[in-house]
Design a protein around this ligand. Structure first.
Ligand code: 9GP
Length: 812
């Protein structure tokens, strides 16, 4: 990529404005400047993009395709500038032009094509694949509406549509010539061929065009540019039907609308699968377009028999959502490429690998047989056959498993079990943190683990340190480079060298000042957004993630209410001032989660204006939590709240992002918290609460009574009674459902059980914070050990442990 100077860039922006819009610089709005800038960057990326793809073709490289219903890529302008090596010059150029760089960058609306952890992980993985020179691409859906925009009105979450494509999206290239035809419904006819084998013809289908839009995935200053291919659903117009269409204009319009609906919007729930036919359609649409595309490219580029496809192609499926890719590949290989069942099965199971992201039973997908069969008749036949063969194998070759067949069968109780399909059809099954993989192996999927022990493996999640440290926190990143040199940027594990400096007081002061600047910036932002002034010297205690009962935002707000009660009882109490910051979207149909959002906002509206509390306590709920907002909050966090009910959070990735930015974790022994703990130990984080074994034991054998705690702990009783009596609401009934959910359903997520240990852990937080020097040492220790959680490390493990993929350096 061509290096631009700041002045060169300034001139080029002015030239583009003139050529493209006939505009003078003085007349240009921030949006105009953003588009001119994005077009320059895109132009810089194009040659490397073409070259990378050509190189893969020429060298016949093995490639990984990451199939995911979600890619939460957020905004790309800054990360593209950073990865192209143009960020600093751009900032300088924009300043010289009299613009505030952040205002220009903020013109790009986040591409919110994901719900949370799973989608953001996919985006981090793509960044690492390119930055490490691995041939790896994403395939996903170009939803016209991304995750809803959240507004808080009178404390309630209100959802607005996220029409992120309303302005042109400068990073995508429409590739109409590579469109693919997808078939739904219809009938399957069976014929006997001359050689006695069977042939299946899928006829009278509803046809939909899948049109790809390609987005470049730029590696960090290495000229590698991979592709994120997002598919959009469009009507199919067969050439012979082009005439006489006027007659059917309104019918066609309706038809067109129903087709476009397929990629209309992202389902807004990440923990509870809605069994809607449209969602099943989306899933098949994604996999059919991707698989047909992959096979077409394989045939064009490799000139090898399809039996050798697994030598050149590996397909990682992100959760079970794309597992219909398995029968789809069987369909293409058998019906279109004439492979036998056995040959097709060998290719398919040699190419697919599956990542599981949750053990929550409500998130494990199953589809009704009638729906699957009606919408995808040929695919259902294949799933049926996969199931028959699998069950037969169990019956005849694994006699000890006969009893378990109903729990293992791909089709059971009138439903297709997607996780089972994914396990049976893949050569690798991985969890996303050590404890999560152990739970899969020993509990949730133990029946499969004993059948296929070699398939199961762990790949602990990671995050790209380029976006989450280098880009989001330039102050800290610059300081780190000053101290240990720039090598950590390409080898993030080298952050460990910071450990040499944890006793260097003047240096620790510099770390403190970098954090303080970020806190001040966030305080300004909060003031501008909410009108509330927060003390930038208070502890910034942050919980940002989807709202779910298992993530226990409720425990956090109970702690806030407890502190508030203490301060009301004794306004002179000597406490370290705290600012509790929340960001969370609830699935629109998740009633209790929305009640918890309302509770947090209601508590905030009382606490923030109470004179007794003064500046000792503030509660901020930042609406519309998304990637760009996370980039503002994370660098300013002192405390990272990772307080899920142990055994429930598969991994978590916010924990890694905040650790990397010097926050100390208060958390349970759950997900990747355990691996953070392995590295930094008890001295550098605040662990509390039930272990996963204890939680699972309670679920199995009972023995816990929430009512006992309510009756014996005055603090708990007071809080719950306040909810029931409407002290935190406009009327008595306001939060009664939260109250009853805890007491009548025996506190399914152990909020009361973990209350006492959580309070104690927070007392330790406060004591530790008072000792500034010791706090700073712990903070730097966290940064030093965080390199292990770079997604570069995770991707290396996928590449060597699952994909058998080679880095593709320029010299090869
Ligand atoms: O809940 C998990 C979260 O713990 C994990 O970090 C993330 C990425 O692996 O996936 C989340 N799962 C989902 O979003 C849906 O299964």
């Amino acid at each position: 990529m061509q290096p631009y100077t700041a002045d060169g860039l300034k001139d080029e922006i002015a030239r583009r404005l003139q050529v493209d819009k006939g505009q003078k610089l003085e007349e240009a709005s921030p949006k105009d400047v953003y588009y001119a800038l994005a077009s320059i960057v895109h132009g810089e990326i194009m040659p490397s993009w073409n070259k990378t793809q050509q190189k893969y073709k020429d060298k016949k490289a093995k490639q990984v395709y990451y199939l995911s219903m979600e890619f939460l890529i957020g905004s790309l302008i800054k990360s593209n500038l950073l990865n192209c090596g143009m960020l600093n010059q751009t900032i300088e150029a924009l300043r010289k032009m009299g613009f505030h760089p952040e205002e220009i960058f903020a013109q790009e609306q986040d591409a919110a094509l994901g719900n949370g952890g799973l989608g953001r992980l996919a985006a981090c993985f793509l960044d690492s694949l390119s930055s490490l020179d691995y041939p790896g691409h994403g395939h996903g859906i170009r939803y016209r509406y991304g995750l809803f925009e959240q507004r808080i009105i009178h404390g309630n979450q209100v959802e607005l549509p996220d029409y992120w494509l309303k302005d042109a999206y400068p990073w995508e290239n429409r590739k109409e010539e590579e469109a693919i035809l997808i078939h739904f419904r219809g009938e399957v006819h069976m014929f006997k061929k001359n050689d006695g084998s069977l042939e299946f013809k899928h006829e009278n289908t509803d046809k939909v065009m899948a049109v790809p839009y390609d987005i470049p995935v730029v590696g960090y200053q290495n000229s590698t540019v991979n592709t994120l291919r997002l598919w959009s659903a469009e009507p199919y117009f067969p050439p012979e039907e082009n005439e006489g269409q006027e007659d059917d204009f309104y019918h066609d319009l309706e038809h067109q609308h129903s087709i476009e609906q397929i990629t209309g919007f992202l389902y807004p729930d990440d923990s509870n699968i809605e069994g809607k036919e449209l969602r099943l359609k989306q899933q098949y649409f994604l996999v059919s377009s991707s698989i047909q595309n992959i096979i077409r490219q394989f045939k064009e580029n490799y000139q090898l028999p399809l039996s050798r496809l697994p030598e050149k192609v590996v397909i990682q499926i992100n959760d079970t959502h794309p597992s219909l890719g398995i029968p789809e590949m069987m369909r293409v290989l058998m019906d279109e490429e004439n492979l036998s069942w056995d040959a097709a099965w060998k290719v398919t199971t040699g190419a697919f690998a599956y990542t599981n992201h949750t053990t929550l039973s409500e998130a494990l997908e199953t589809w009704p047989v009638e729906m699957t069969e009606g919408l995808l008749p040929r695919i259902y036949m294949i799933i049926h056959e996969i199931n028959e063969r699998f069950c037969r194998d169990l019956w005849f070759n694994h006699k000890e498993k006969r009893e378990e067949i109903p729990q293992l069968a791909v089709i059971a109780d009138g439903r297709v079990h997607m996780a089972r399909l994914a396990i049976v059809g893949s050569f690798s099954v991985n969890g996303v943190a050590r404890i999560h993989t152990e739970i899969l192996k020993n509990q949730e999927m133990s029946g499969f683990y004993s059948l296929y022990p070699k398939k199961f493996n762990n790949k602990t999640n990671g995050i790209t340190h380029r976006r989450w440290l280098l880009q989001a926190n330039p102050g800290l990143a610059g300081l780190i480079t000053d101290v240990i040199g720039p090598n950590w940027i390409r080898r993030p594990k080298q952050l460990i060298s910071l450990m040499k400096y944890t006793k260097d007081r003047p240096l620790l002061e510099k770390f403190a000042s970098a954090k303080q600047q970020n806190k001040q910036a966030l305080a300004n932002f909060i003031h501008q957004r909410t009108g509330i002034a927060v003390d930038p010297h208070s502890i910034f205690d942050v919980q940002i993630k989807r709202l779910h009962e298992y993530k226990r935002q409720l425990l956090n707000i109970f702690h806030v209410i407890y502190l508030y009660n203490e301060l009301k009882d004794n306004p002179q109490l000597d406490v370290v001032p705290r600012t509790f910051i929340f960001g969370a979207k609830a699935a629109p149909s998740y009633y209790l989660a929305k009640e918890i959002i309302k509770l947090i906002n209601t508590v905030a509206s009382i606490v923030n204006y109470d004179k007794d509390v003064k500046d000792k306590l503030k509660v901020i709920f930042l609406e519309n939590y998304n990637v760009s907002l996370a980039e503002k909050i994370i660098p300013a966090a002192d405390i990272s709240e990772q307080i899920s009910t142990a055994s429930k959070e598969a991994s978590g990735t916010g924990n890694m992002k905040m650790m990397m930015n010097g926050a100390l974790t208060i958390g349970t022994m759950d997900g990747a918290n355990i691996e953070i703990h392995d590295l930094v130990g008890d001295d550098n984080m605040f662990i509390f609460g039930l272990s996963a074994e204890q939680v699972m034991d309670y679920y199995r054998h009972g023995g816990y009574s929430a009512t006992d705690i309510y009756n014996t702990d005055d603090r708990v009783k007071r809080i719950l009674d306040q909810l029931k009596l409407g002290e935190f609401g406009s009327q008595e009934i306001e939060f009664k459902d939260i109250y009853y959910n805890i007491l009548s359903h025996n506190d399914p997520y152990f909020v009361l059980k973990d209350f006492e240990p959580y309070m104690e852990a927070h007392e330790i937080v406060e004591r530790t914070y008072r000792d500034t020097y010791s706090w700073l040492q712990k903070s730097v220790t966290n940064i030093a050990y965080s390199g292990k959680f770079s997604s570069d490390h995770t991707i290396q493990q996928y590449a060597t442990g699952i994909w058998n993929l080679k880095q593709f350096k320029e010299k090869e």
